[in-house]
Design a protein around this ligand. Structure first.
Ligand SMILES: C[S@@+](CC[C@H](N)C(=O)[O-])C[C@H]1O[C@@H](n2cnc3c(N)ncnc32)[C@H](O)[C@@H]1O
Length: 231
């Protein structure tokens, strides 16, 4: 079979599919009927939007150091806070039944991750759920492969977005490193992996575009840790 040549359009489409799957996976992991949510590293707010849609009337706060991407139009009842999560959010202690950390820890070193998890714990109400989603190690390896061979990327934009782009450097992690960092702060109730087999089309993307030969249907895309605070 001839190798597919990935152009910017098909690359963007596949990335959009992966993003949607990953977000749905995080939202599906939320249990109970929380009455308040804080999204730490909200980005565009696309995950928070799904949560607000799912739990009508929920009190929602979105936090990011860069709110320029945030879709305020779609999320008019959401309070926003601009800060570096590792420096503290200034939000009150024990004030949220649901804390989201989706796709944001990756842009912080281990000291930053520890500080952010500590802050998440401080603002979580007793009995709160903390839903943490991170890039799976298999997916990290494919990114690493891309970062190494930047010259084959159609425009170079993808590499910039994952590297020095708007969010800051993407930190690659060792096997089990997130689990270890998270377990220091929270009781992990239910870790779940979203795999390529959940969307088999992504296999072609990883194998042919990323050129990562180790990818299989069993490879992980993202990992969701559903946690409870220890206080
Ligand atoms: C890839 S986006 C993910 C956005 C969203 N949570 C989602 O899943 O679509 C990562 C976001 O985390 C934010 N972020 C990462 N580290 C942060 C920090 N230390 N303080 C504040 N925001 C941070 C970035 O600014 C960016 O908007």
């Amino acid at each position: 079979m001839p190798k597919r040549k990935w152009d910017d359009v098909s690359l963007a489409a596949m990335q959009a599919i992966i993003t949607m799957l990953v977000e749905d996976h995080a939202v599906a992991a939320i249990q109970g009927e929380p009455d308040s949510v804080v999204d730490l590293g909200c980005g565009t707010g696309s995950v928070l939007e799904k949560v607000v849609d799912k739990f009508t009337g929920i009190r929602a706060v979105a936090v990011d150091k860069d709110l320029s991407q945030f879709g305020l139009g779609e999320l008019s009842n959401v309070q926003t806070t601009k800060c570096d999560l590792a420096q503290g959010t200034g939000l009150p202690d024990s004030s949220f039944e649901l804390v989201l950390l989706c796709g944001s820890l990756e842009f912080n070193d281990n000291l930053g991750v520890a500080a952010i998890l500590g802050e998440a714990n401080r603002i979580a109400a007793p009995g709160a759920r903390i839903v943490i989603q991170v890039t799976h190690r298999d997916h990290d390896r494919a990114r690493q492969q891309l970062l190494r061979k930047g010259d084959i990327v159609p425009s170079g934009e993808a590499i910039r977005a994952w590297g020095e782009g708007p969010y800051g450097w993407y930190h690659l992690r060792e096997d089990g490193e997130y689990a270890r960092l998270i377990a220091k702060e929270f009781a992990v109730v239910n870790p779940e992996v979203l795999r390529v087999s959940d969307c088999p089309e992504t296999l072609e993307y990883f194998e042919e575009y990323c050129g990562y030969p180790g990818f299989s249907l069993n490879s992980g895309l993202s990992e969701t840790f559903v946690c409870r605070s220890k206080h």
